[in-house]
Design a protein around this ligand. Structure first.
Ligand code: AP5
Ligand code: MG
Length: 212
C-alpha cells in the first residue's frame, strides 16, 4: 500500500506517519528529514537547501522531484511506502503519479492555534530523529536513545507563518488533484489541541477500518 500524508506544518504528519509505518510495515519517507540531512552536508547544494528551509521557504519543484524519486526508488519498499511532506504542490503531485501508484491520501487538519503551540514545543532527537514535545515529554534527553534534543531552525515564528501561508495556497489544489484521479482513497483526520499522537492514530484506524 502506497500512502501520502498531507497537512500543514505541525499538523502531525511526521508523528502519524511513523505510527502507520511501524504497524503496516511501510517505509516512511519524509522530505523534510531528507532535506535537513542534506543541509548538514557541507556542499553548495546543502547550503542552498539549508538557507531556504531555515527561512520556511519551499524548495523548487524540479529539485524536490529529483531528490524524492531517488530516495523512494532507493528505499525499495516491499510492502509500500508512506510519503510525508511530498508531494507539496500540484506540480509535484503530477510528477509523482507518473511513476508511482498512490492508494491512499491522508489529510491531517489542525487549526493555526494548535500548530503554533505544538511547533514552539517540538524538540527532535539529534541522533534518531524521534519527535518530542515539551507539553508532555521530558526534553532533557531522547526518550528512545538518550541523545541530546534540538529545536528546528524553522520552528521560529517568522518561518512558521511563512510555512503556514505556503501550505494554505498549495493544500486545496493537491487534494483536488488526487480526488480527481478517482483512484485513491481519501481520508481526512482532524487533529485538535486536546489530542495526542496516539489518539490521532486511533482516529486513522477507525476511518481505515470503515473503508476496508
Ligand atoms: P517538513 O519537515 O515536511 O515540515 P512541515 O511540513 O512544515 O511539517 P512539520 O514537520 O513541521 O510538521 P509535522 O506535520 O510533521 O508535525 P509533527 O508530527 O512533527 O519540511 C520542512 C521544510 O523542507 C519545508 O518548509 C520546505 O522548506 C522543505 N520541503 C519539504 N518538503 C518539500 C516539498 N515537497 N517541496 C518543497 N519544499 C519542501 O508534529 C509537530 C509537533 O506536534 C511535535 O512536537 C509533535 O510531538 C506534536 N504533535 C504531533 N501530533 C500531535 C497530536 N496529535 N497531538 C498533539 N501533539 C502532536
Ligand atoms: Mg514533519
Amino acid at each position: 500500500m502506497n500512502i501520502i500524508i498531507v497537512g500543514g506544518p505541525g499538523a502531525g504528519k511526521g508523528s502519524l506517519a511513523k505510527l502507520i509505518a511501524k504497524d503496516f510495515k511501510l517505509v516512511h519517507v519524509s522530505s523534510g528529514d531528507i532535506f535537513r540531512e542534506m543541509a548538514l552536508q557541507k556542499t553548495e547544494l546543502g547550503d542552498y537547501i539549508g538557507d531556504r528551509i531555515n527561512q520556511g521557504m519551499l524548495l523548487p519543484d524540479d529539485l524536490v522531484d529529483w531528490i524524492m524519486m531517488k530516495h523512494i526508488n532507493k528505499a525499495h519498499p516491499k510492502n509500500g511506502f508512506i510519503l510525508d511532506g511530498f508531494p507539496r504542490t500540484r506540480t509535484q503531485s503530477e510528477s509523482l503519479v507518473q511513476s508511482m501508484h498512490i492508494d491512499m491520501v491522508i489529510s491531517v487538519k489542525a487549526t493555526a492555534e494548535t500548530v503554533v503551540t505544538r511547533l514552539c514545543g517540538r524538540y527532535m532527537c539529534e541522533k534518531c530523529g524521534v519527535i518530542h514535545n515539551k507539553i508532555w515529554h521530558d526534553i532533557s534527553k531522547c526518550r528512545e536513545c538518550g541523545s541530546p534534543l534540538y529545536q528546528r531552525e524553522d520552528d521560529k515564528e517568522e518561518a512558521i507563518l511563512k510555512r503556514i501561508a505556503d501550505y494554505n495556497k498549495q493544500f486545496a489544489p493537491i487534494l483536488k488533484f488526487f480526488h480527481g484521479l478517482k483512484k485513491c482513497q481519501m481520508l481526512e483526520i482532524q487533529s485538535d489541541l486536546s489530542d495526542n499522537p496516539e489518539n490521532i492514530y486511533k482516529k486513522f484506524l477507525e476511518q481505515y477500518g470503515k473503508a476496508h
